[in-house]
Design a binder for this molecule. Structure first.
Ligand SMILES: NC(=O)c1ccc[n+]([C@@H]2O[C@H](COP(=O)([O-])OP(=O)(O)OC[C@H]3O[C@@H](n4cnc5c(N)ncnc54)[C@H](OP(=O)(O)O)[C@@H]3O)[C@@H](O)[C@H]2O)c1
Length: 229
């Protein structure tokens, strides 16, 4: 596999990032927190409840490397913020935090999908995607879509040393997408691959419903690899 190289200065910037995770008490947030902390980043787990955030942080790693705070404080103290809340709470939470998120990169990993008797399916989003909704709400931030297909189960599994997948990174700002690719690559086994502008994030989010179907059929935690790059 030919790697899409991350410039060394961008990799160094990614290593220094303090990462805040909104909704970081959930599986995805704790999983990303755990892997980024293992890679050496400082991580602040956010929650609607500061006590819940502190408990989740304690389960992930020791302070000061991993700490917990109310979402607003996590957003304020972080250099880069990952939104890892359910689709239902996405717009409201981001709208409330728009002020503190100004000037920051906000990484959206939210998949607007739902489940019925036939399995998972993508929910139509008026803005086109969760990431585009974030960009409409967060006019002062730089929104990047990434980490949609990373399994929280694998992120949290202490037996899994390396994740075997590409993280598709989407956005309209080259420095921001490069930085998020570099951040993704701090997780062993992961490669960050630029996958287009934010207007193309809807397909990437919706594809998660297909991966859920793959997982159910094959009892797996499937990820994606892009070939020939
Ligand atoms: N799980 C995965 O494998 C996976 C993989 C890729 C992407 N994702 C995406 O990542 C996001 C989080 O997934 P998850 O499985 O970690 O979800 P989750 O456990 O259901 O939720 C994450 C956290 O969000 C907070 N939250 C719940 N409802 C909220 C609301 N209405 N407003 C604000 N905050 C709320 C909760 O934290 P507090 O109660 O502490 O505030 C909760 O612990 C989802 O959008 C999902 O599509 C998940």
């Amino acid at each position: 596999m030919a790697a899409a190289p991350v410039p060394p200065e961008i990799a160094a910037q990614a290593a220094r990032l303090v990462v805040g995770i909104l909704g970081g008490t959930g599986d995805q947030g704790r999983g990303l927190a755990r892997r980024l902390a293992m890679a050496g980043n400082r991580v602040i787990i956010g929650s609607r409840d500061a006590g819940r955030a502190a408990a989740a942080a304690a389960s992930v790693g020791p302070p000061p490397q991993v700490t917990g705070a109310a979402n607003e404080e996590a957003a304020r103290a972080a250099d880069l913020v990952i939104a890892a809340v359910p689709w239902e709470g996405h717009a409201d939470l981001l709208a409330r935090l728009a002020g503190v998120l100004e000037g920051k990169i906000v990484v959206d990993c939210v998949n607007p999908i739902a489940f019925d008797a036939r399995g998972a399916y993508a929910i139509p989003v008026p803005e086109g995607s969760a990431a585009q909704q974030a960009a409409e709400v967060l006019t002062g931030s730089t929104v990047v879509g990434a980490f949609h297909h990373v399994s929280a189960v694998l992120l949290l599994d202490p037996e899994v040393a390396e994740l075997d997948l590409d993280v598709l990174v989407l956005g309209d700002d080259r420095h921001a997408t490069d930085l998020v690719q570099a951040l993704a690559e701090r997780i062993p086994g992961v490669r960050g691959v630029y996958a287009g502008r934010l207007r193309n994030c809807g397909q990437v989010e919706a594809l998660t419903a297909n991966l859920v179907s793959v997982n159910r059929r094959y009892k797996a935690h499937a990820g994606l690899r892009v070939t020939d790059v």
